[in-house]
Design a protein around this ligand. Structure first.
Ligand code: MEV
Length: 402
């Protein structure tokens, strides 16, 4: 294995000991940075750091910090840190990333990092209040901007205001909701946009003579989307007793099943979130926020849909596309306080939140490909059970030690 060439293709990676893998990741990180890996062996988080994160701490809860090799995202070779308790997910991601290399890896684009703050507004005359808000948009935007000067310094800030009228089941207007669109640059953005929403209250109430209700971001971050694509030669999909054409047809059929049946789409998307969440956990991101956004987005057309679909092109290419909201940050919160989260970002060489969003999407797509490939052939239990056996052995070992 020649890691100095900076190829992330690492055959036999899973057969090394954790110590050897750790050393290779240190080499990957380069001079001086490798020592940071030591903190992982000590659990990755001190009690002091834990107490800076949350309240009432009495200890630290450990989870495995793994590294999936083989990824190419937008032409860049990547080792991807994944934190997860479920067996097979890391192996599946690495295996699908290996296959994706036959198609040049994953191509992923991210929209501008725009989050939405919702501000609920009650007024006697909703139509009049709507016009008043629209006429005062510029002033409201500057009030919002003034509440987070740091964000402005980093090139972000409020962009626009949209006013929605919310109606009840009888079609009557009940209240207005203002959507404040904010570019949050490299943050997840919750704190910035919530502060902006709260800063708007006095002005809004004065302009409209109304009453503000809730002001909070929406996790349906549909202005902050990632789109991942991969094109694989069908020939790369052969597997044990299964010929390539059979495997690719099985993947397309499984994708169709998810498109037509929300029960299946839910599990299909769960498999995607296995990969996405593992990257988000490793980088200290709010995976619940991304989960909530993903599922709401999947249901936005009125029925629950798969976030990733697969189709055959000219019989010799399997094309996949994943599209979903991805509200992630590389500054603020645990991304900075948790040493392992910083290390995870270093391992990926991530410098922008959008780069992280693209990688998380690629890993989600890899996990979907791996799951469908297994389900369309031998089923997932074979691989799953092999790894479960291993954890049973570990439990037996730990009992012996006790
Ligand atoms: C298990 O964690 C995930 C899968 O169920 C996903 C899927 O069915 O597509 C294997």
């Amino acid at each position: 294995m020649n890691i100095s060439l900076k190829s992330s293709r690492l055959p036999g990676w899973h057969r090394h000991s954790a110590a050897i893998r750790g050393r290779k990741v240190s080499d990957w990180l380069g001079a001086g940075k490798g020592t940071q890996l030591d903190s992982l062996w000590a659990g990755g988080l001190s009690i002091r750091a834990a107490e800076r994160l949350v309240e009432n701490v009495v200890g630290i809860f450990g989870l495995p910090f793994s590294v999936a090799p083989n990824f190419i995202v937008n032409g860049r070779e990547l080792l991807v840190p994944m934190v997860i308790e479920e067996p097979s997910v890391v192996a599946a991601a690495a295996n699908a990333a290996r296959i994706a290399r036959f198609g040049g890896g994953f191509q992923v684009s991210a929209s501008e990092p725009v989050m939405i703050c919702q501000v609920q507004l009650f007024a006697n005359d909703l139509e009049k209040a709507r016009i008043q808000v629209e006429e005062n948009e510029a002033e409201l935007l500057s009030v919002a901007a003034a509440s987070d000067k740091t964000l402005l310094r980093f090139g972000g800030g409020p962009l626009s205001l949209e006013v929605r009228t919310i109606t009840n089941d009888q079609g009557q207007a009940e209240f207005l909701v203002l959507h404040l669109h904010v570019c949050v640059v490299d943050a997840m953005g919750a704190n910035s946009v919530n502060s902006m929403g709260e800063a708007l209250v006095p002005h809004l109430e004065k302009i409209t003579a109304g009453k503000v209700g809730l002001r909070i971001l929406t996790n349906l971050a549909d202005q902050r989307l990632v789109t991942a694509r991969v094109s694989l030669p069908v020939s790369s999909l052969a597997m044990r007793d299964y010929v390539a054409e059979e495997v690719s047809a099985g993947i397309v059929s499984a994708s169709r099943f998810a498109e037509l049946d929300p029960y299946r789409a839910t599990t299909h998307n769960k498999g995607i979130m296995n990969g996405v969440d593992a990257v988000l956990l490793a980088t200290g991101n709010d995976w619940r926020a991304v989960e909530a956004g993903a599922h709401a987005f999947a249901a936005q057309a009125g029925t629950y849909r798969p976030l990733c679909t697969w189709e055959l092109d000219r019989q010799d290419l399997l094309r996949g596309q994943l599209r979903m909201p991805m509200a992630v940050g590389i500054v603020g919160g645990a991304t900075q306080v948790h040493p392992s989260a910083r290390l995870a970002l270093d391992i990926m060489g991530v410098k922008k939140a959008n780069e992280l969003a693209c990688i998380a999407a690629a890993v989600g797509m890899a996990n979907n490909l791996a799951a469908l490939r297994a389900l369309a052939t031998e089923g997932i239990q074979k691989g799953h059970m092999r790894l479960h056996e291993r954890s049973r052995d570990l439990i037996a070992d730990s009992k012996k030690i006790d």
